[in-house]
Design a protein around this ligand. Structure first.
Ligand code: NCD
Length: 300
């Protein structure tokens, strides 16, 4: 049984908590597809507080809330909000908490969500804090794996920008709870930070994709997180350095699934979209029932 007030890091959840959320999400799938309306969040209001761009995360929280009978207010940094006048994050969450029952926060600084939760009267859900964590994405990633493949004896390759991708940073932590075999596939300059491996149990290996493509069950691809590079020149050196094409997948297991948190830039060729392996658009949908389960957990 999951019990959490805020959702800041995947580290705050046990394996049992995670499985509980995934089971609850399963129950919400029909409503997420628009078959019937839910009412459990009637009268509740969610505030999206996004200091970085977002399409999927923001919209799927909105859909989740509305299809369960709740409503949503939005604050973006672009708007003429007090933030532009110099309001602190602590004050922003105190104020927004006076209007809404839950705050969904995305912020460019690692640790921002934890800080916000400390100052908030209402639950805070971390929708990405810099290169830190993205726990709701991880829950929907695990849900996708469970639906489209299996969480048991999982062999998964994490490919791309492992240095700055918060989706990878969160997912890796969760995967260790499931005893997965993890292969890290990245250009050397975008490797997973060393300190990250400390305390991470399980089996983690560095690999080239062609060495493992026949073995793996899941290929999880990320885009290069251009906005996190301190130096544009460094970005240019690795831009376009990896790409999955239909040809790459020739030797893949029939049951291999390919996932991507999206947006994709050029790291998965559109020729892959037509293959049986492509699950990244379905993965996006799964964000809705999973976020329904999370919202019910923190608000009911
Ligand atoms: C991811 C993010 O914001 O970290 N996107 C998302 O939430 N679906 C991945 C990314 O931006 O590359």
């Amino acid at each position: 049984m999951a019990h959490f007030r805020h959702l800041i890091s995947i580290d705050d959840l046990s394996r049992a908590d995670i499985l509980y959320i995934l089971d609850r999400a399963e129950e919400y799938e029909e409503i997420a597809m628009g078959r019937g309306m839910g009412r459990v969040l009637e009268g509740k209001l969610l505030a999206n507080v996004f200091f970085e761009p977002s399409t999927r995360t923001r919209m799927s929280f909105e859909v989740a809330m509305k299809r369960l009978g709740g409503d949503v207010i939005n604050m973006t940094a672009q708007e003429a909000s007090s933030v532009a006048k110099g309001e602190s994050l602590a004050d922003t969450v105190r104020v927004v908490g006076k209007y809404a029952d839950v705050i969904v926060l995305r912020h460019p600084l690692e640790g921002a969500a934890r800080f916000a939760a400390e100052h908030s009267e209402v639950p805070v859900i971390n929708a990405g804090d810099g290169a830190g964590q993205h726990p709701t994405q991880t829950l929907l990633d695990l849900y996708t794996i469970r639906k489209e493949s299996s969480l048991d004896e999982l062999k998964i390759a994490l490919m791309g920008d492992l240095k700055y991708s918060r989706t990878v940073h969160s997912l890796i932590k969760a995967l260790t709870l499931f005893d997965a075999e993890i292969y890290l596939v990245s250009p050397p300059s975008l490797a997973l930070p060393e300190d990250f491996l400390e305390g991470v149990r399980g089996k983690i290996y560095t690999a080239q994709l062609d060495e493992i493509i026949e073995e793996i069950d899941v290929l999880y691809v990320t885009r290069i997180q251009k906005e996190r590079f301190p130096d544009e020149e460094e970005y240019k050196k690795v831009a376009g350095s990896y790409k999955v094409t239909a040809e790459t997948l020739r030797k893949a297991n029939r049951s291999l699934i390919i996932m991507h948190p999206l947006p994709r830039v050029d790291e998965i060729d559109v020729s892959v979209d037509r293959t049986r392996h492509a699950k990244y658009f379905q993965q996006t949908f799964y964000g809705v029932p999973v976020r329904m389960a999370i919202l019910s957990e923190v608000m009911l």
